[in-house]
Design a protein around this ligand. Structure first.
Ligand SMILES: [Zn+2]
Length: 461
């Protein structure tokens, strides 16, 4: 396994490495990832690395091959074994390794798997990931005789989560970790918290027998909604397959999308951090940015992508950031990485302090008419060109356009967004207006722009 290795080019993505196991991603791939990333750790002056893996059936074997790669680089590996991605992020800080690698397929189907990495305290993405491919192709590897140590940090992690939790007035909470890697630590956490905790799909099972582990898709929240109703819970909380993302429903089963959750978190964080910068991605509601400003904060709209958001947070020293995908990052009393379980505990504490139910808070949020995130296919060689064409036409017409990530257009009715996904051959659209008529006009504007670039408008537009 010492020689050159050529990755399938489709697996080296913007924020992670991901492929289909035994097809585009094999044991050999995993060794090459360990060896190439390990070489980056050594080049950055590191001598140790943390490693974790999710609950997928293929994860332990892939993790073992990564460890072999690390050892052949001369690294000391602190292996925390199976758990959610945020537990690995916690381990990087708690065990002071600086760098770490998580074997995870996140929310993808069971035959997928992949790798997320952090190098010397920073997200590892974009050009960094392309560089792994070059290192492996050239077999330009560090060499040495490393070692491995198993460390169980679950108790330490759960203790830090539980310490954020204030005694609960509310009695009943429903949880759905979706048979993902967060199940085990969630059960440990529930055992330490007061109240009645009703967990569905809590057994870690890489075949995902309950549903697809992606809480941003409404149909994946049906189990949770049923559980809330059956046990008369005040709210329900779900996670994605590796528990770095959160999904929430209130006591009436209504979904709170991430930008609505962020409105609640922003107010909470700004109370302790007056005037702070709060970041949300370009897909988020204008109401969120307005609410941040109304509570005295400095709203910053930024590009979608968890690595990009993390970098912007570090740059602006923002205590809170969030994405529509359900990645929520607290640097206020926490480490600044996205942790769905930590966000859940913060939500429970917030409700306790406010002395109210989530349903009441949802009723009080400003109401707007908006579409969900609409995703539709677009050829890889066209997706960025379409955005450029639309932006050029709008600029010529004198429209109010923000080009932070794709085009976000402000009109008298509200706004619409069109952006190209960095990770898939899809375009993403969203519209938001104050009323239904305005929303209809925005949808028409966006459809017209798509038509001018030869793209058929998706369903829902
Ligand atoms: Zn995830």
């Amino acid at each position: 396994m010492e020689g050159s290795y050529f990755f399938d080019p489709t697996i080296l993505r913007e924020y992670d490495i991901r492929g289909i196991v035994d097809d585009t991603l094999t044991q050999e791939t995993a060794y090459a990832v360990g060896r190439a990333f390990g070489s980056c750790v050594v080049a950055a002056g590191g001598d140790q690395v943390a490693l974790g893996y999710d609950g997928r059936l293929t994860s332990p074997d892939l993790a073992a091959a990564v460890v072999d790669g690390f050892i052949d680089c001369g690294l000391h590996v602190k292996r925390i074994n199976m758990g959610p991605t945020p537990m690995l992020s916690f381990a990087i800080r708690h065990l002071e390794t600086g760098s770490g690698l998580m074997v995870t397929g996140s929310h993808n189907p069971p035959d997928y798997n992949g790798f997320k990495m952090a190098l010397a305290g920073k997200p590892f993405f974009g050009g960094d990931i392309q560089r792994l491919g070059e290192i492996a192709a050239a077999a330009d590897y560090a060499a040495g005789e490393g070692s491995v140590e198993d460390i169980d940090i679950r108790e330490d992690y759960v203790a830090v989560l539980a310490q954020e939790h204030e005694p609960l007035r509310m009695a009943r909470i429903a949880w759905d970790p979706g048979n993902g890697a967060g199940g085990e630590v969630l059960n440990m956490l529930c055992a330490r918290m007061p109240g009645h905790h009703h967990v569905v799909n809590g057994i870690v099972d890489g075949t995902f027998p309950g549903h697809h582990p992606d809480p941003t898709v409404a149909e994946n929240l049906v189990d949770l909604q049923n559980h809330v109703a059956e046990f008369d819970c005040e709210l329900g909380i779900a996670f994605d397959g590796d528990a770095d993302r959160i999904g929430v429903v209130d006591g009436r089963g209504r979904i709170l999308w991430a930008d609505q959750l962020m409105m609640l978190f922003a107010e909470d964080v700004l109370r302790d951090n007056p005037g702070a910068t709060i970041i949300a991605d370009v897909k988020s509601s204008q109401v969120l940015f307005d609410e941040i400003a109304r509570h005295g904060g400095r709203p910053v709209m930024w590009k979608t992508g968890h690595s990009l958001i993390k970098s912007k947070m570090a740059e602006t020293k923002a205590p809170l950031a969030g994405e529509m995908s359900g990645h929520i990052f607290f640097a206020d009393r926490y480490f600044g990485f996205d942790d769905g379980i930590y966000a859940a505990v913060r939500l429970l504490s917030l409700l306790e302090r406010r002395g109210t139910t989530l349903a009441e808070l949802l009723d009080d949020l400003p109401s707007v008419c908006n579409t969900p995130e609409l995703r539709f296919p677009c050829a890889e060689d066209r997706k960025f060109a379409v955005i450029e064409e639309v932006e050029a036409r709008l600029s010529r017409a004198g429209a109010d356009v923000s080009g932070i990530d794709g085009v976000r257009v402000n009109t008298a009715d509200g706004w619409w967004l069109l952006r190209a996904s960095n990770t898939q051959d899809v375009l993403v659209a969203r519209c938001e207006a104050r009323d239904d008529d305005g929303l209809a006009r925005l949808k028409q504007d966006l459809s017209d722009q798509l038509a001018e670039s030869g793209i058929e408008a998706p369903e829902g537009l």
